[in-house]
Design a protein around this ligand. Sequence first.
Ligand code: SF4
Length: 335
Amino acid sequence: MIEYRREFKTADVEYVSNLCHDCGQCFDVCPYTPPNEFSVDIPKILSEIRTETYRKYATPRKMSLFSGSGIGFTLMLFGFSFLALFVIYLSSGNYLRIFMAISGPGSFYVILSNDILDVAGTLILFFVVLAWSISGKKFLKEVGGHSNIGLYDLIRAFFDSFGEKWFRGGGAGCNYPHRDERGSYKKMITHSLVLYGFLLDFLATTSAFVEQDFFHVLPPYPILSMPVISGITGGVMLIIGASLFLIFDYISSSEKDVSMTPIDRTFLVALLLTAFTGLLVLGFRNTSLMGTLLLIHLSMVSVLFISAPYGKFVHLVYRFISIGQYHLEKRLHGD
Ligand code: SF4
């Protein structure tokens, strides 16, 4: 990665920081790591620079104020989302239906209409894609200079990312959760649980959309259906993966070893709560708790996506671009 560059500007360090997967191997071999008086901790420095890129390239820039503001921003967004959904719920009359046990096709839409959910979901998705695209373009312009990433580089980046290639640490694994322990695949497995859990939940939403809009079958769907099977599997994987990351973080930071940035922690808690409330909706969908749980779950989903351009979620854009840029430079150097 770094050997393809001969001059170093701020953008080069930002590029390297987004390529860094925090494996901790460089900490292991550097003679000046703590407790040495120089106290050089490269993974920590790169992690801080990486977090700074989320602020620097945020779209709109003013919203970068919220990047890394952690749990306070998340709680504020949750309160705002819940209030907005509750007002929409109240505006359609029969205030007590949230406390009723409703079952059968379309029961979720008795709480919030399908049209409102469609419009809100489309607007949020459009906002996230637009903000990510603009931020990604700004980042690419800085780190890529005048060179263009081609389709080949993007395909390589795709397989690297979804194959979790760089979490393998070149075969040695990551020194995780402690910097001084032997390399293992603990971090790769935990990250895979989160990544593939999220993708399975995305598959659940997409397949529910197809069932409803193409085959005119309204939710809730039976247990043995694509939306429910992928939703449960993805939800459980997300909960295990996010919990493991938080437990590892607790163990290592309580021993003053490595610790995540608040932005990482907030993202994991938001993912965990989104998956957990989703499973609660599924488990209690035929009871009088369904309405309340549905509003809480949809508020958590809104928090996750509205904060996506300003929190840890955006790392997938910058990391993907950085890996694509790496493959471009590798190709240009004939390697
Ligand atoms: S060796 Fe690991 S922690 Fe160090 S810079 Fe490379 S990826 Fe990051």
